[in-house]
Ligand binder design. Structure first.
Ligand code: AMP
Length: 144
């Protein structure tokens, strides 16, 4: 049975949504990312999701574009149109969306509110567990 991503979110170590404001500098955002060991942060104004900032934005839009981490804010480097998913989706569906969209982070929304973020690592780990269970089931079915 494919796991719903809601269950997956519940089992994550980081329960709260890690976010910063549009005025946060790149340097401050990188500090938060290092502290929590994550590759992306949501950019939010109160409860509204206005963007996403990932390590890749830093790599592509930061120093090579002549920007300085301490004086550049999220507004200048974030991706404003964030792709989100509903919590009823399965891991497989999320994997397909990430693969087509070429991004590794998916905010999960329930009743219009962001309830968590899944990374490609979370999804891959969960899919490996699902496959292991499936193989165990088939092996014991064949053996019986
Ligand atoms: P990532 O692979 O997640 O590090 O991100 C690659 C690029 O896609 C970066 O420019 C991110 O800002 C952007 N990005 C990441 N996740 C999303 C998302 N869920 N919706 C839209 N853009 C995203």
């Amino acid at each position: 049975m494919p796991t719903s991503i809601k269950k997956l979110l519940e089992n994550k170590n980081i329960k709260n949504v890690l976010s910063v404001s549009p005025e946060t500098t790149v340097y401050e955002a990188l500090e938060v990312m290092a502290q929590y060991n994550v590759g992306a942060l949501l950019v939010m104004v109160d409860e509204e999701l206005v963007g996403i900032f990932s390590e890749r934005d830093y790599a592509r839009k930061g120093i090579i574009k002549g920007r300085k981490a301490k004086s550049t804010t999220m507004t200048e480097v974030m991706t404003p149109n964030v792709f989100t998913v509903e919590s009823k989706l399965t891991t497989k569906e999320c994997m397909e969306l990430m693969s087509v969209g070429r991004f590794r982070h998916l905010p999960v929304v329930e009743n219009g509110k962001v309830i968590g973020v899944l990374s490609v690592g979370d999804i891959v780990n969960e899919m490996l567990q699902e496959q292991k269970l499936h193989i165990n089931f088939l092996e014991s079915y064949i053996a019986s």
